[in-house]
Design a protein around this ligand. Sequence first.
Ligand code: FMN
Length: 175
Amino acid sequence: MKNTLIIYSSIDGHTKKISAKIAEYLSEKDNVDLVSLSDADTLSLKNYQQIIIGASIRYGNYRKDLFEFIDKNLEDLNEKENAFFSVNVVARKSEKNSAESNPYVNKFLKATKWKPKNIDVFAGVVDYPTYNFFDKFMIRLIMWITSGPTNSKARFEFTDWNRVKRFAEDLTKFN
Ligand SMILES: Cc1cc2nc3c(=O)[nH]c(=O)nc-3n(C[C@H](O)[C@H](O)[C@H](O)COP(=O)(O)O)c2cc1C
């Protein structure tokens, strides 16, 4: 049995939810630990054979601590089975829904020396009722410009959960 660590960088919890689903699938074959990026520093990566990192986008960016963590642990990451996934709403569009075509996957790969062995992207959530005035205004504007939903009383989940399952299954193929 392989020890797998899943690390999530999530603000509103959706990347955490996707990570928990991946953990559920992987735990059929692996020992899985699931932690937030801020808690990951307290663990020794030496104890794991596989590391998966998932991170969401906010106003075009990942959090700075994501890159700090990867830089600091680059050697450990490269030694192991590893994977990265990005969560953003641009990925709801079919032409931006692959690791190759999603602008935030490209942005990630340009910003780090890490070359993850498996990469995927999942469309996230727009949850207007939970946003503050400014975020609601901005996200509605972005959605309007990109032909997305603008009903500010509703929650829109774009995640393809079958794809999340396939991502997890691919990671266990060589167990
Ligand atoms: C304030 C805010 C800014 C966002 N900016 C972007 C963005 O620039 N591009 C994008 O594709 N998605 C953007 N999103 C969508 C998030 O990536 C999406 O809601 C994701 O599910 C959030 O994941 P999390 O809950 O793990 O943080 C934004 C969401 C919020 C609330």
